[in-house]
Design a protein around this ligand. Sequence first.
Ligand code: ZN
Ligand code: FE
Length: 243
Amino acid sequence: MALEIVRIPALDDNYIWLVHEPVSGETMVVDPAEADPVLAEAEKRGWHITQIWNTHWHPDHIGGNADIKTATGCHVTGPAAEAAKINTLDTLVKEGDTVRLGAVQARVLDVPAHTAGHIAYHFAGEDAAFVGDTLFAMGCGRLFEGSPAQMYANMRKLEALPEATRVYCAHEYTQSNGRYALHAEPDNAALVARMAEVDAARARGEPTVPTTIALEKATNPFMRATSVDELAARRAAKDNFRG
Ligand code: ZN
Ligand code: FE
């Protein structure tokens, strides 16, 4: 693995990902909710931030763009379909585009539904994907600007990635997602086992992200929904779930 990937907790439950490519020395930030902890972490490591990559327009994903750009002069890449809502973008990308970080490159996937123009970044050579608020550990994003059919298509696209792919999502929602997942699939042994590990990790104050495509295929009730209708029913149930 060429990339060094650092988790920066922010706001209530966001994760900002700081990604360093050691050959070129480039450093990129995925979805900076805020600037200060990102600039502090980069400084501590002696890394100079050269890029920001955004997955969607929500303020908890772009809130640090302007201040990081001012502080570092970095270049900002984000979803073409949401350019009107992110005024700090320099490069607009969509499905099939390639984005470079020094010696490595990522492919852009369109994954609309949480927002209408949501994208993800897949580093095929690194077995890593940055998925924003589309796929979470045992969960998926709320359907603010899209349909169950779109989210169902997103799940097909993401489950087609190699099983070893590490999935870097933007929130620590795992325990809450897992409680609903167990309600949806109480007899899923992989899910029962995973939730025991998640509860133990959270009790120790440890993060549960990144996840992997293999784990999500085994335990994610939205990826495992076998039809658009089932995904829609599960999403609606999760929205109202008080577990
Ligand atoms: Zn969001
Ligand atoms: Fe978010």
